[in-house]
Design a protein around this ligand. Structure first.
Ligand SMILES: Nc1ncnc2c1ncn2[C@@H]1O[C@H](COP(=O)(O)OP(=O)(O)OP(=O)(O)O)[C@@H](O)[C@H]1O
Ligand SMILES: [Mg+2]
Length: 376
């Protein structure tokens, strides 16, 4: 139960929002006078504040700024309600210091979802800056299960550790992590300035929260320009995520773009994914050569075999010989995976015992061991 203050001069809307919040299991304090509202917020410090924009004398944006400027209330999660539904309003809301924005008419389900997300996010990254481990899922062949492994590994890490784990979907061509997790892409890295000039608040405001507590920075649903995300944005983003998360799992696109190189360069562990087929092994060997020639130093790398089709073309020993490396983990074909994807319920977070869930949970335990005992 959260103690939520709602400030809105429209009494009818005020009562409606209050009812929705109460039905969502929260305690709502309704205030129709904006000046009184600010006074009470500063005196009583609620868990969250819902604000209307257009109010006589003092706008929601004014209130936001005032609250942000007061050290006692600066960290209060604020959700702004506005009558218009345009990107400019979102930008204006976020600029004045609100954490999120919802357009009227207010839909009860959406309101509760936003409030739940905001409350969850306000608990994130409160610890002093740390040094989160960055784990990249890499592979230059499409469709070999990078997103599946990234989602399940991040989910399993969250499940074992109950700490702040962030999955980062760096796909420039429409990310799929939201589908695997059944989340709506209401925010994503596309909102972060290309210049890399942004702080933790802005990153945090764009995180999606899965019911497991796993955090996701999604990719924009629409394909992006080839130079997005920029190297500047990726570097800044990973710096901030490392400071605030225990671990970051990156779903890398199957290209060697400047952004991918930047992510690889700061990765503590690169999991190179291969499928048991000739083309995939060839692609992996070429990728290794290319990376060696590029002078990029990769701190630590493991090879993971993932079988996405029922029939394996090559036995594991042949894959190892082709790679000239041993396979750290082998994920077998999982007949539950198509349904897991269709339902948006990752196997590693379900009670199911199957190749994907069992192997990736073991991977997560090995990774978590390393997180706790310094990366090495
Ligand atoms: N071990 C497995 N067993 C069965 N199916 C799998 C397995 N791993 C992945 N899949 C399925 O294979 C398909 C491709 O997986 P996924 O989207 O994770 O690959 P990807 O490398 O991220 O692809 P893309 O290049 O599109 O980003 C998905 O339908 C996924 O559910
Ligand atoms: Mg993918």
């Amino acid at each position: 139960v959260a103690n939520i203050f709602v400030i809105d001069d429209d009494d009818q809307l005020l009562r409606m929002v209050g009812l929705m919040l109460e039905r969502g299991g929260h305690e709502a304090v309704l205030i129709s006078n904006p000046f009184k509202g600010v006074e009470r917020v500063e005196a009583e410090i609620p868990d969250l504040l819902v604000l209307d924009v257009m109010m006589p004398g003092l706008s929601g944006h004014d209130i936001c700024r005032q609250i942000r400027n007061n050290p006692a209330t600066a960290h209060l999660p604020i959700l702004i309600l506005t009558a218009r539904a345009q990107e400019v309003d979102r930008a204006a809301a976020l600029r004045s210091g609100a954490n999120d924005y919802l357009s009227k008419p207010v839909n009860s389900q959406e309101l509760i979802q936003r409030v739940t997300d905001l409350l969850a996010r306000s608990r994130v990254g409160k610890e002093p800056p740390g040094d989160g481990m960055v784990i990249s899922i890499f592979g230059l062949r499409g469709g070999i299960g990078r997103t599946t492994v990234a989602v399940n590994l991040a989910g399993a890490l969250r499940r074992t550790s109950q700490e702040d784990i962030c999955l980062l979907d760096l796909s420039p061509s429409g990310g799929q992590a939201t589908t695997h997790l059944r989340l709506k892409t209401s925010s994503h890295w596309g909102f972060l300035p290309d210049t890399g000039e942004f702080g933790w608040e802005m990153v945090r405001n764009n995180l999606l929260v899965h019911p497991s507590g796993l955090l996701l920075l999604a990719a924009p649903a629409l394909p992006q320009a080839v130079d997005r995300p920029t190297v500047e944005a990726v570097n800044r983003l990973l710096f901030l995520l490392k400071e605030n998360m225990s671990a970051i799992v990156i779903d890398l696109p199957a290209v060697l773009s400047p952004a991918v190189n930047a992510a690889l360069a700061v990765s503590d562990l690169v999991l190179h994914l291969v499928a048991p087929e000739v083309v995939s092994v060839q692609a992996a060997v070429q990728a290794q050569r290319f990376l060696a020639a590029s002078g990029l130093t990769i701190k630590r790398r493991s090879h993971i075999l993932n079988q996405v089709t029922a029939e394996a073309q090559l036995p594991p020993a042949t894959v190892e010989r082709g790679l000239g490396a041993t396979l750290s983990f082998q994920i077998g074909y999982d007949s539950n995976q198509p349904r897991a994807l269709a339902q948006g319920a990752p196997l590693a977070l379900s009670p199911v015992q199957s190749p994907v869930s069992v192997t990736i949970r073991r991977m997560a335990e090995a990774v978590w061991e390393r997180v706790q005992h310094g990366q090495g």
